[in-house]
Structure formats: structure tokens, C-alpha cells
Design a protein around this ligand. Structure first.
Ligand code: F6R
Length: 600
């Protein structure tokens, strides 16, 4: 995990590096550090916690004395959170930062006596190892090449060596991009941030060693030319506007980004779907793969494909898929879902299925990400940058992509009629207005329900069929931003064990759309009430029966199968948000988490 930055030649390099690190905090915020290059020395400043701490510590240094800077924000993997384990690691000649994990660091540590045995951090071991190589080889380029040949893992390094006044970038697996104009260079682990500085960008490839010296740039691993692509400037997603948190802003943005997404799919993306995708979907099996919230989107997609197509479809957690034997006898299409396009578990699962020659689609919000470069086909989600750690608008855009895709496949394979296809597309087109009203109307209810949840110790979410993944996502949202104990269950499973958890100090939120399972799910809620558990029933149905301790929640808008996940997920996002707000947690950057999980 972690975020890295490097800048060479700028009038304001320290302030810019700090600003970029703040934007990179979504990758982790356990500790942070910078190294500034002066004519005759390297100056390193480190701090524990968020970038604001580093900013305070570095205030006394003015930009004018420095020619370059590297910086890092850490999400701890190897070694506890302390100042020593913070990056950069530096001495009088060398400084480096790393994003990723060096898997063979213990082997390296045991082999070279110059490396202290008490060191816990894989990057610090790498630092000592490179320092040893720089002493051994006269030419720093040779030391770097040997370093790269020896280390194993997924990583991106930014390194500065004072002896030859050179900047080196190394990549394997983890993303790193470079932009430049004249003699000024910017390096970052998130290419979208670089668009604020230069509009020409190069995404390093695995195995790359890029060296920058005195404004000249070259590759040391091969003679191929570094070709910079266009990276046009986007709107500023870091402006919270009138909202207290990014999460609330992003919840409110959903009608707009879903509208944009639907417009693009309708007007250009799916035109000639058959010509573009027929071959791809001519498969025996479809597997949807993701992690966390993206996995819940996969589960929802599974229900869509199951309903609208005749494909044999399943969902898999990316972190588990890699350890399963997969067959290369049958033709399988894998659809990967990832907001960031960088989640290491998902990226590794994608690389794994490629070994078996299966085809792949990536549905992502990050068009310049590593997964886009690996997959056969990319389907964008157009949610725009999501800054809050808890995924909201990216999730609903993922579901919208899957809804459209399943309808297109169903139509192409003649499983659904043209009339049904049109009917469902119309429902999706009307969704933005429906959701705008829903957010407005449900906000006071969410505040009320959030207060009720604060009276219990645990909160459970139940649902059947397509409401089951909605329940799982509702539970994940609540626990990740408020730290409240919470679980999601399929409604029918409660009586097979989980109902033992129910007592008066529990709240169960029952996701109960007005469909053929309405009565059955209502019975599940009543079984909970009968055991003194508190319940909230979310439904669009005008209820005749009332469960014992049920909360009175006004009706949700009337739903159809295809828009159920949107109509029920957004109220759950709002409930979690207002509950966490009452709890006073760090909603946009909850403890122990990071926006983009680039370790396995
Ligand atoms: C939860 C959340 C995570 C991510 C997961 C996958 O709110 O955001 O569970 O969904 O880490 O991330 P991406 O979609 O970037 O692959």
C-alpha cells in the first residue's frame, strides 16, 4: 500500500509534495516523510500520523534551497507504526521510498551482514541492501540493476543518489507514473493526481528502471523510448463544497454520476454491443470478481446476469480466487470490478486467470490503472474521483454498469425480449431523479434511525435474493466508518444459527422490497422481534402487518428488480453516515483502512 511522490525542479516543491501527499492519504496514513535534496546534503523529515503532522514539522524549511524531493505516506505492513519505520530511509548519499512489499527481504537481511538484524521493515532492509551495493559498485547504475535483479515482490521505488545526482524509478506490480515539462519532473503512485501539474504522462511498466539526471531521462532496463501520453486536467474532486465530509458529498453526487454513466452507456458505449462483445460473451461460464464493496457489486451483478441472461454465473472474492484451481477446458469470461483498478488482490486474481488464457473485462473508475493495462476490455464507471475511504458513488456506478451489461447480453442472446429490455433501460434512465428525491426525503429519517442504532450494541442486516448483497454492503458501510459491531446475513439463514445473537441490545435492519419474498422476509423480522430484538424494516410496501418492536419507517419509492439495489443501498449509506457522525469517528479516513489496498 502507501503513496509515493517525487518532484525535481519546481519553485514550490515542498508545498507541492505535501499537497500531493495529502491527496495520497487515501492509500494510508500511519506515518509520513519527505527527503529534500540540497546541494551537498539530503535532509529527511518524518512524522507519525497524518500529513498535517509532517506539514507542521517541515514548516521551517523554505523551498528555495532544494533541487528535488521525495515523499511517502505509509500504511504499515512490515514493522510497527513508529518514526523509524516511516519512509524515506536515507543516509548522506541515498534516500528512497517504496510502495509495495519486498517478499524476500528476510533472505536478503540474513545474507548480508551489513544489514542490522533488528530491522523490521522490508523497505529499510532494501535501503541497507542498496547502500551496500552502492559501496560495492563504482557505478550507481550497476548497483541499481543488481538491486532490481535481487529483490522479489510487487513494488514501486523512487530513489535519489547524491553521488551522481540521479533520480531512479523502479516498478514491478505497483503503479508509478511520471510526468514532465522541460527539466521539471513529477512522479506519483496515483497518475490522476499528476494531471494537475503536467498533461504529458508515462506509466512505468513492470521491470522498468527509469533514470533522470540533469534533465535527461532514459531507461536502463532496455533501449525502448519513453513515450508520454496525454493526461488531461480533470475537475477538482478535493473540494468538499457545502458538505462536511467527502462521503456525504459523494452520496449526494450519485444521481449526477449515475445520470452521466447512463447517458454514456446509452449514447456511445453500448452502440454496436454485438459487434464489440459477441465474441467475448460466447462463453460457458461468467465469473465476477472483486473485494469488499466491489465484491458486493459482483454479487448484485450475479443476480442481474442470472435473471437477464442464460449464462452460468458466479461471484468470487479476488483474495480467494487465486488459490483455487481453475480449469482451462471450459471457456470462462472473468469480469473484475475495482474502483481504483489497483487493489492488489484483484490485480493478482486478474493476472492469475490470464495464465489460463481466460478472457477478462475490468469495470473500473480509474482508466489509467494497472488493471486496465492487464484486462482485455475496459468498461468505465464514470463515477469521477471518489475520495472518501468508504465507497458510495463508485459502488452504485459499478452496479449500473453491471445492470446495463447484463441487459445487453440478455438482449443479444435473445433471453429477454426487446420490450423487456426497453422497459428496464427506461427504469435505469429514470433512476437519477428518483434517487435525488430519495436522498432528500430519506435524510431526516436516516438521522432518526441513526439515533435509534446508538441505543444498541450490535447491528445486523438481513435480506433475501438481490437484497442479500445489499444487506452485506449496508453492514460493511456501518462497521467501517463507525466501528459498530455489525454483520449481514441472508434472511433465511437467521434461524440456522445467527438468531442466537439476537437480544434486546441488537438492531436488525431488514431489507424488504415489495416483491414475491416480502412476506417471507417480514416473517424473519417477526422472528427477531419475538426474541426482543429491535428491527427496522426498509420497504416500499404499504404494510398491513407490523412486527413487535419494528421502527416506523415511511415507505421507500416503489422499486423494480433492476433498481432495487440503488433504492435500498443509498438509505443504508445515509444511516451509516449519520450514525458515524454522532459517534464522532473520522468518517472519510476511518481507522486501520486505506482507500486503495495495494498489498495482498
Ligand atoms: C469499502 C471499500 C472497500 C473496497 C475494496 C476494493 O467501502 O471501499 O471494501 O471496495 O477495498 O477496492 P477497489 O474497488 O478499489 O478494488
Amino acid at each position: 500500500m502507501c503513496g509515493i511522490v517525487g518532484i525535481l525542479k519546481s519553485n514550490s516543491l515542498k508545498n507541492e509534495a505535501i499537497d500531493i501527499l495529502k491527496k495520497l492519504e487515501y492509500r494510508g496514513y500511519d506515518s509520513a516523510g519527505i527527503s529534500l535534496f540540497e546541494k551537498n546534503r539530503i535532509r529527511t523529515i518524518k512524522s507519525i500520523g497524518k500529513i498535517s503532522e509532517l506539514e507542521k514539522k517541515s514548516k521551517k524549511f523554505s523551498d528555495k534551497n532544494f533541487t528535488g524531493i521525495i515523499g511517502h505516506t505509509r500504511w504499515a505492513t512490515h514493522g510497527i507504526v513508529n518514526r523509524n519505520n516511516a519512509h524515506p530511509f536515507s543516509d548522506e548519499n541515498l534516500t528512497l521510498v517504496c510502495n509495495g512489499i519486498i517478499e524476500n527481504y528476510l533472505k536478503i537481511q540474513n545474507r548480508y551482514i551489513d544489514i542490522p538484524s533488528h530491522i523490521q521493515s522490508d523497505t529499510e532492509v532494501s535501503f541497507y541492501f542498496l547502500s551496500y551495493l552502492l559501496n560495492k559498485y563504482k557505478n550507481p547504475d550497476e548497483a541499481i540493476k543488481t538491486f532490481l535483479k535481487t529483490i522479489k515482490g510487487n513494488y514501486a521505488f523512487v530513489i535519489f543518489i547524491k553521488k551522481n545526482n540521479s533520480f531512479y524509478l523502479l516498478k514491478n506490480g505497483s503503479p508509478i507514473s511520471l510526468s514532465h515539462k522541460n527539466k521539471s519532473f513529477y512522479v506519483c503512485s496515483d497518475s490522476s493526481i499528476l494531471s494537475n501539474y503536467h498533461n504529458k504522462i508515462y506509466h512505468l511498466k513492470d521491470g522498468d528502471i527509469v533514470k533522470i539526471n540533469n534533465g535527461n531521462i532514459k531507461k536502463l532496463n532496455n533501449n525502448s523510448k519513453i513515450s508520454f501520453e496525454d493526461n488531461s486536467v480533470s475537475q477538482n474532486p478535493y473540494d468538499k463544497g457545502k458538505f462536511q465530509h467527502y462521503m456525504l458529498k459523494e452520496i449526494h453526487e450519485q444521481p449526477k454520476v449515475l445520470k452521466d454513466t447512463q447517458l454514456i452507456y446509452g449514447s456511445e458505449f453500448f452502440i454496436d454491443f454485438k459487434a464489440k462483445f459477441e465474441n467475448l460473451f460466447n462463453v460457458d461460464k461468467l465469473v465476477l470478481v472483486g473485494c469488499g464493496t466491489a465484491y458486493h457489486a459482483c454479487m448484485i451483478g450475479e443476480y442481474y446476469f442470472n435473471k437477464f441472461t442464460n449464462l452460468d454465473v458466479s461471484s468470487e472474492l479476488a483474495s480467494e480466487l487465486r488459490y483455487k484451481n481453475i480449469s482451462n477446458n471450459n471457456k470462462t469470461l472473468y469480469i473484475f470490478i475495482s474502483q481504483s483498478g489497483e487493489t492488489m488482490d484483484t490485480l493478482m486474481a486478474l493476472k492469475y486467470i490470464k495464465k489460463y488464457k481466460h478472457r477478462s473485462i475490468i469495470i473500473t473508475n480509474s482508466l489509467q490503472s494497472s488493471m486496465v493495462r492487464e484486462a482485455d476490455v475496459t468498461i468505465p464507471t464514470y463515477a469521477q474521483k471518489e475520495v472518501g475511504v468508504a465507497s458510495t458513488k463508485a459502488f452504485t456506478c459499478q452496479i449500473l454498469s453491471l445492470a446495463n451489461l447484463s441487459l445487453e447480453v440478455g438482449k443479444m442472446n435473445k433471453v429477454i425480449s426487446h420490450i423487456d429490455y426497453k422497459k428496464n433501460i427506461k427504469i435505469l434512465n429514470l433512476l437519477p431523479v428518483k434517487l435525488k428525491n430519495l436522498i432528500k426525503d430519506f435524510t431526516p429519517i436516516a438521522k432518526y434511525l441513526a439515533k435509534k442504532i446508538s441505543l444498541v450494541n450490535s447491528c445486523y442486516f438481513i435480506g433475501r435474493n438481490i437484497s442479500y448483497p445489499i444487506a452485506l454492503e449496508g453492514s460493511l458501510k456501518l462497521k467501517e466508518i463507525s466501528y459498530m459491531h455489525s454483520e449481514g446475513f441472508p434472511g433465511g439463514e437467521m434461524k440456522h444459527g445467527p438468531i442466537a445473537l439476537i437480544d434486546k441490545d441488537t438492531m436488525t435492519v431488514c431489507i424488504n422490497p415489495n416483491n414475491e419474498l416480502y412476506e417471507k422476509s417480514l416473517s424473519n423480522a417477526q422472528e427477531i422481534s419475538a426474541r426482543n430484538g429491535k428491527t427496522i424494516i426498509l420497504t416500499s410496501a404499504k404494510r398491513t402487518k407490523k412486527a413487535g418492536t419494528e421502527m416506523k419507517v415511511p415507505n421507500l419509492p416503489k422499486e423494480n428488480f433492476i433498481d432495487t439495489p440503488f433504492i435500498y443501498s443509498i438509505p443504508l449509506q445515509l444511516i451509516s453516515y449519520y450514525f458515524a457522525l454522532n459517534e464522532g469517528t473520522d468518517i472519510d479516513q476511518p481507522r486501520n483502512l486505506a482507500k486503495s489496498v495495494t498489498v495482498e
